[in-house]
Design a protein around this ligand. Structure first.
Ligand code: ARG
Length: 361
C-alpha cells in the first residue's frame, strides 16, 4: 500500500530541491516516478547522494535557532548510510571528529547513518559527541550539571566514573533494540582549549577549559519525509555559548561568583554589576584562548553581522528567513545586534533538524 503522507513529503522536497538546483521538469518527473515505485514496493525510498547532501544543507538553512546559517552551503556531508554495526558507527564517529576538528580549523560537518525504518533504528545516546560528565554528590555536582542524567546512564551501562570536572563521556551507540555499546573516545581526537585571560594572570588558576568542537548528536534530520535518527553535525562555537552559558549558567558550571570575587568585585551588591563584569571577562578569556590556540570561534558581534548577510542573501534568492528570536539573540549585549530589533517568524520549514525523544528515561 502506498504511503500517501510520505509521497506528499517526498514530492514537496523533490520539487523545491530540484528547482533550486535548476533541474528540468523532466528530471523532477522521472525522479518522482522512481520514488513512487520505491514507495509502492518497499514502503520507503532512498535519497540519492545529491538529495542527501542538499537536504542536510537546507536543513541547516532552515534551523530557526541558529545564528551561523550564512555558511549553510559549506557543510561537508559524509554519507554513511551503508553502515550497520556499533563498531562501524563508532569508527565513522571517530573519523568525523578528526575531519571536523582539523587541528582547530574547524570544518562544519555532518555524518549521516541509515534512515529509520520499522525494523531498523540507530541512535547515538550522547547529546554531543564530546561532552563533560556531571556527578551528583551529596551537596553539589562535580563537572557539568547538564550531564548528570546521562552520566548516570553511562555508569549503569558499566562506565567507570573519574569524578573530575572535565571528564569526557564515552560514546553510547544503540542499534535497534540491542543494549547500547559504550566506547571511550581516544584522547588524540579530543581537542580542548585551556581558558586564560589576556590581562588577568590569576585566571588560569581556575583551571578552566572547554572542548573545541560542538557536535550535536541527539537530533534527527528529516528530509522529504525520511528521518535520519543518527546524523551528528557540527559547526564551530560562538564564544557566548561557552562564556555566557556553559561556564556561567547557575545550573551549569556557575563560575560567575568565583570570577567576580577574584576580580575584587562586591558580589553582594547587584548595583556593582558584578555579574555583568564577570561575564564580560569570562567571555573575553574564552575568545582570547580559542583565537590564540588557532581554534575556530566567532564572537557574537561578528556572528550577528554574518547573520545579517545571510538574511540579505536569502532575500535576494526570494526566500523568507524564518527564525526563533529568543535563540538568535546572543545572551550578552543582545541589543547591540540588529537581531534584537527585528522580528522573526518561527515557522518550521523542512528539511530540518528535530529533537527526538531521549532513548533513555
Ligand atoms: N550550545 C551548545 C554548547 O554550548 C552547542 C550548540 C551548537 N553550537 C554551534 N555553535 N554549532 O555546547
Amino acid at each position: 500500500m502506498l504511503n500517501k503522507e510520505l509521497l506528499k513529503e517526498a514530492t514537496e522536497f523533490i520539487y523545491s530541491c530540484y528547482k533550486e538546483q535548476n533541474k528540468t521538469a523532466r528530471e523532477i518527473e522521472n525522479r518522482l516516478n522512481e520514488i513512487t515505485q520505491q514507495l509502492q514496493s518497499h514502503g520507503f525510498y532512498e535519497h540519492t547522494t545529491e538529495e542527501l547532501e542538499y537536504g542536510a544543507k537546507v536543513a541547516w538553512r532552515n534551523s530557526n535557532r541558529c545564528i551561523g546559517r550564512l555558511f549553510w552551503n559549506h557543510l561537508t556531508v559524509i554519507d554513511k548510510r551503508h553502515l550497520h554495526t556499533e563498531e562501524e558507527i563508532r569508527d565513522a564517529l571517530f573519523a568525523h571528529m578528526e575531519y571536523a576538528t582539523n587541528e582547530g580549523r574547524i570544518r562544519p560537518t555532518i555524518t549521516i547513518f541509515p534512515q529509520s525504518l520499522p525494523n531498523k533504528k540507530i541512535r547515538i545516546w550522547n547529546h554531543q559527541l564530546i561532552r563533560y560528565a556531571g556527578y551528583k554528590t551529596e551537596h553539589s555536582v562535580i563537572g557539568d550539571p547538564g550531564s548528570v542524567d546521562f552520566t548516570e546512564i553511562c555508569m549503569n551501562l558499566g562506565w567507570e566514573p573519574k569524578y573530575g570536572k572535565f571528564d569526557v563521556l564515552p560514546l553510547v551507540i544503540q542499534v535497534n533494540d540491542h543494549t547500547p555499546h559504550l566506547f571511550e573516545i581516544p584522547e588524540h581526537l579530543i581537542l580542548e582549549v585551556p581558558i586564560r585571560h589576556p590581562q588577568f594572570e590569576w585566571f588560569e588558576d581556575l583551571q578552566l577549559k572547554w572542548y573545541a568542537v560542538p557536535m550535536i548528536s541527539e537530533m534527527s534530520l528529516e528530509i522529504g519525509g525520511i528521518t535520519y535518527t543518527a546524523a551528528p553535525f557540527n559547526g564551530w562555537y560562538m564564544g557566548t555559548e561557552i562564556g555566557a552559558r556553559n561556564l556561567a549558567d547557575e545550573f551549569r558550571y556557575n563560575l560567575l561568583p568565583q570570577i567576580g570575587s577574584l576580580m575584587g568585585l562586591d558580589i553582594k551588591s547587584n548595583i556593582s554589576l558584578w555579574k555583568d563584569r564577570a561575564l564580560l571577562e569570562l567571555n573575553t578569556a574564552v575568545l582570547h584562548s580559542y583565537k590564540e590556540d588557532g581554534v575556530s570561534i566567532v564572537d557574537h558581534h561578528t556572528a550577528a553581522q554574518q547573520f545579517k548577510l545571510f538574511e540579505e542573501k536569502e532575500m535576494e534568492n526570494g526566500r523568507d528567513v524564518t527564525g526563533d528570536w529568543a535563540w538568535l539573540i546572543p545572551p550578552i549585549a543582545p541589543a547591540a545586534t540588529h537581531i534584537f530589533h527585528n522580528h522573526y517568524d518561527n515557522e518550521i520549514v523542512k528539511p530540518n533538524y528535530f529533537y527526538q525523544p531521549k532513548p533513555y528515561e
